[in-house]
Design a protein around this ligand. Structure first.
Ligand code: GUN
Length: 302
């Protein structure tokens, strides 16, 4: 059986270290990292994410502000808020929760965020910095996956990494990070020919497609490390419970089958998921330190 990579424990330990560093920065430099989260509308999943972000930011000792705007908010008003947060010296990180209502152009809003405060790493400037290897803000979920991989494997040099999924939020930045870590990287997607055979060549298999249990056990090379980025809600296993509307969370990987073959695997829940907010806090800490020329404070998190 595969080693189970405990993202929940790793994330909790990372949050502890971030909290300690925040307390230290406040004492020695009078610097309190600040994160502003902006939610437009009432999407239930987004409300849960935003509440968790606010609570964990606060728990890490950071300055935390949540702006909840009506679904009818105009793009102009949202852009005005982003501009005011860009100019606010107490705010080092800005996150506009996606998806935004259909009448708002998400790209225009993401482009308005100061790249140095773009703790999501979604701004094209940060995508460019990542592509050319300059310091920037790296998207939270792929950075969290990389941290789990390095913790488990040590060096990633020479490994064949297959990333299934080509989104701007996970697949593409994940591939860039693995390339930077000296992997040989293949990006696969829904149109890839013979996806199972390609996946079987992977030493590191990252599934980020958003399709429940798509990656089967016989797609996994024996001993490979499997990172499951998917979080999909499906009907409960028990038919009666399912009929009553009960659900369960599954990843993009058929966990039981894959765990029987893999060397190591992240579970869902408790794998990659908890890393996302922990890395958001790390990115906020990073942005705060950089704003004051205190990059040296970040050495222990490298
Ligand atoms: N919606 C779901 N995940 C995310 C995320 O990581 N960042 C933002 N901004 N919106 C999201």
């Amino acid at each position: 059986m595969a080693h189970i990579i405990d993202g929940k424990a790793f994330a909790a330990a990372l949050r502890e270290r971030i909290g300690a560093k925040v307390a230290d920065l406040i004492t020695r430099h009078g610097l309190k990292p600040g994160l502003a989260v902006v939610l437009v509308g009432e999407d239930p999943a987004s409300q849960v994410y935003v509440r968790n972000k606010g609570e964990q930011t606060h728990a890490a000792g950071m300055h935390s502000v949540t702006h909840r705007l009506e679904a009818s908010t105009t793009q102009e008003d949202l852009l005005a808020l982003v501009h005011s947060l860009n100019a606010d010296p107490a705010i080092h990180g800005i996150l506009v929760q996606l998806p935004l209502p259909a009448h708002i152009d998400s790209n225009a809003v993401l482009a308005a965020i100061d790249p140095n405060k773009d703790v999501d790493g979604f701004h094209v400037v940060n995508a460019g910095r990542l592509a050319v290897g300059l310091p920037g803000m790296v998207p939270c979920t792929p950075l969290g996956c990389l941290m789990l991989l390095k913790d488990h494997l040590g060096s990633l040099t020479g490994k064949h990494a297959v990333v299934v999924g080509r989104s701007n939020i996970v697949g593409k930045p994940m591939a860039q990070l693995l390339l930077q870590a000296d992997c040989t990287v293949t990006i696969a997607h829904s149109r890839t020919a013979d996806l199972p055979a390609l996946c079987r060549t992977a030493d590191i298999l990252v599934a980020a497609v958003g399709r429940p249990e798509m990656v089967k056990g016989d797609w996994v090379k024996p001993g490979a490390v499997v990172i499951d980025v998917g979080i999909n809600r499906v009907p409960a296993r028990d038919p009666e419970a399912a009929a009553a509307g009960k659900t369960r969370l599954v990843g993009d990987v058929a966990y039981d089958e894959a765990a029987a073959v893999a060397g190591a695997i992240t579970p869902v829940p408790g794998g990659v998921g908890p890393m996302t907010i922990a890395v958001l806090l790390l990115n906020t800490l990073t942005a705060a330190c950089r704003s004051r020329g205190l990059e040296a404070e970040l050495a222990e998190f490298a």
